[in-house]
Design a protein around this ligand. Structure first.
Ligand code: SF4
Ligand code: SF4
Length: 192
């Protein structure tokens, strides 16, 4: 459910950017988030008591090709859109801004018997599925505590350890959606 960034090649002729550049830090945060997903979240998924793939309360953002594939739609997109607009389409799908949003019923790609994603590792898998529940965005880590595998304290400690000395890790909750937390880094003050 995640992507792993390539490890920078230290033999390249151009020097590595300093560690504190925003891009380099963002890459390190993305790596730390991916490692947390791989080590903590994904191993828990098969025994999760409230899988995110049931799309309740989560909303899944989809492109047309994903809607067409998952719901096995054979008609042209325009026909499907008309059906959807008149309430004749799948009730769990809403269309907006050229995308589709599914909510309230399990994702058709979710295999209830094995509690697993049937398109795992395939290009058709929505990007949001790979990001959930912990991802880097604009130089901070965003985590969704609705995933029962995510523990705020443990995740904060994980990020602090991954980034090493020199940074202070702070977190805050979204005022409107308190289950969404942001973990950011500040340079630690040097003791004199
Ligand atoms: S909510 Fe979390 S633990 Fe449960 S299936 Fe989704 S990612 Fe896995
Ligand atoms: S595509 Fe896979 S990971 Fe995403 S909601 Fe559906 S079953 Fe879950």
């Amino acid at each position: 459910m995640y992507t792993v960034r390539p490890i920078p090649n230290s033999n390249r002729s151009s020097p590595m950017p300093p560690r504190t550049t925003p891009r380099r830090l963002a890459d390190e945060l993305a790596d730390a988030a991916a490692a947390y997903q791989a080590s903590v979240v994904i191993p828990h998924c098969p025994q999760c008591s409230n899988s995110c793939c049931r799309l309740d309360p989560l909303v899944l953002e989809l492109e047309w090709k994903q809607v067409r594939t998952f719901w096995r739609i054979e008609e042209p997109r325009a026909t499907f859109d008309r059906r959807l607009a008149t309430g004749q389409g799948p009730q769990e799908i809403r269309a907006a801004n050229g995308l589709y949003y599914a909510h309230g019923k399990p994702c058709p790609a979710f295999n209830e018997a094995t509690a697993s994603c049937s398109v795992y590792g395939q290009p058709i898998k929505p990007a949001g599925c790979s990001d959930f529940p912990v991802y880097e965005d604009g130089g901070v880590i965003v985590a969704d505590l609705r995933c029962e595998a995510v523990d705020r304290k443990a995740l904060t400690a994980w990020i602090a350890q991954a980034l090493g000395e020199g940074f202070r890790v702070a977190w805050s909750a979204d005022p409107e959606f308190p289950f969404l937390i942001t973990i950011s880094l500040k340079k630690a003050k040097r003791s004199t």
